[in-house]
Design a protein around this ligand. Structure first.
Ligand code: SAH
Length: 351
């Protein structure tokens, strides 16, 4: 089948196999334009023209893990570690609410200082203060923890599968393994969370075949959200000499995911650096409908360095949000003022 027919058929509901997905991941320019346009139409049809803005509070950079790619892994002694107190996190979420955020993502390294009860307290306090969705992103914990936080009112959970290649996964995560990651993902879905997974593009040893498996795994996990971003080498990690993942390849992975899964929230991930680029071709023209920005105090931002990134100007949480809203409107998109819950919970589409 030629690539245009294949794209048309997937847009209309055909479920491609791994090889067909791989062929789309390998499209060159200008053929990829056809893929991006189809992804764009699919976004408009299933998500509408609105972009959801999520505020993320990176509340601790302590981590028990040894992820080979990550700058805050526990073997990096050069990191100045910080933890926000539960009440500080709750106040931070209240500020975000006041600035217009209706989703707060609470992310950290895997830091067991935050016990089940501490996170319960944080979730319950934030939920009682207003109608704001909470996404937890605190890594691998046990079933009882996940269940308790869901009962406390946490709405969503983000834990990426990172790569669907089991051998590569186990090599990159010496402290854990692929099966445990999948177990967490499936458990969270079963409990009732809106589930977020995702993966990195351009990891050393990854191929187009792996990316096809990554996308099929998103489908199989029935995710509500998927963060797909390029791998960025961090100078204080074992992968420091490796090449950065390609933006073009990442955009193709986002586009194919949109085309295949349709009702899924796809962020323009921070690693893509959309905000710092004038490039007209970005994740918002290849399937993305969500963006996350940091809302914690500036003194913590630089310290949560999972990969190197430039430091933005220091502005108030309101000014930063306005800037982002202007950016989104500059792309011809609108800004959503609702929580942006899972698209799977909605029957209708935007046709
Ligand atoms: N501890 C939490 C949060 C992880 S950090 C958890 O385990 O889920 C959030 C995401 O950043 C990771 O899931 C990973 O996909 C991404 N990330 C980490 N290091 C990266 C790097 N060097 N380049 C690109 N993305 C990276």
């Amino acid at each position: 089948m030629n690539y245009k027919d294949l794209i048309d058929r997937i847009e209309a509901g055909y479920e491609p196999d791994a090889q067909e997905i791989e062929s789309l991941i390998q499209l060159d320019r200008p053929e990829a334009e056809y893929l991006f346009n189809a992804a764009n139409r699919t976004t408009q049809k299933y998500c509408g023209n609105k972009v959801h803005i999520r505020g993320i509070i990176e509340f601790s950079n302590y981590c028990r893990c040894r992820c080979l790619y990550c700058g805050i892994n526990c073997d990096n002694n050069d990191v100045k570690r910080y933890r926000m107190e539960p009440d500080e996190i709750i106040e931070n979420a209240a500020l975000a609410y006041k600035a217009g955020y209706r989703t707060v993502v609470l992310q950290s390294g895997e830091d067991l200082w935050y016990t089940r009860d501490k996170i319960s307290y944080i979730v319950k306090s934030i939920k009682s203060a207003g109608d704001m969705a909470i996404t937890l992103s605190v890594g691998e914990r046990n079933h009882e923890d996940y269940l308790q936080w869901f009962r406390d009112g946490a709405d969503r959970f983000l834990i990426k599968h990172e790569t669907a290649d089991e051998k590569l996964y186990n090599m990159l995560h010496p402290h854990s393994n692929f099966n445990n990651r999948l177990k967490c993902l499936r458990d969270l879905k079963k409990i009732g969370y809106q589930l977020g997974s995702g993966f990195m593009v351009g990891l050393p040893g990854q191929t187009a075949e792996t990316i096809a498996k990554d996308i099929l795994l998103l489908k199989e996990l029935d995710v509500d959200m998927a963060g797909i971003g390029p791998f960025i080498p961090h100078p204080k990690t074992g992968l420091k000499e490796k090449a950065q993942g390609s933006t073009f390849l990442t955009l193709k992975a986002v586009a194919v995911s949109r085309l295949l899964i349709k009702k899924v929230h796809l962020p323009a991930t921070t690693a893509l650096g959309v905000l710092n680029s004038d490039d007209k071709e970005n994740a918002f023209s290849s399937g993305a409908n969500v963006i996350m920005i940091k809302v914690q105090d500036h003194k913590y931002r630089k310290l949560y360095e999972i990969y190197p990134k430039g430091e933005g100007q220091i502005e108030s949480i309101e000014a930063e949000r306005r800037k982002l809203e202007n950016f989104i409107m500059g792309l011809g998109r609108e800004v959503s003022d609702d929580r942006g819950d899972s698209l799977k919970l909605k029957e209708d589409n935007y046709e």
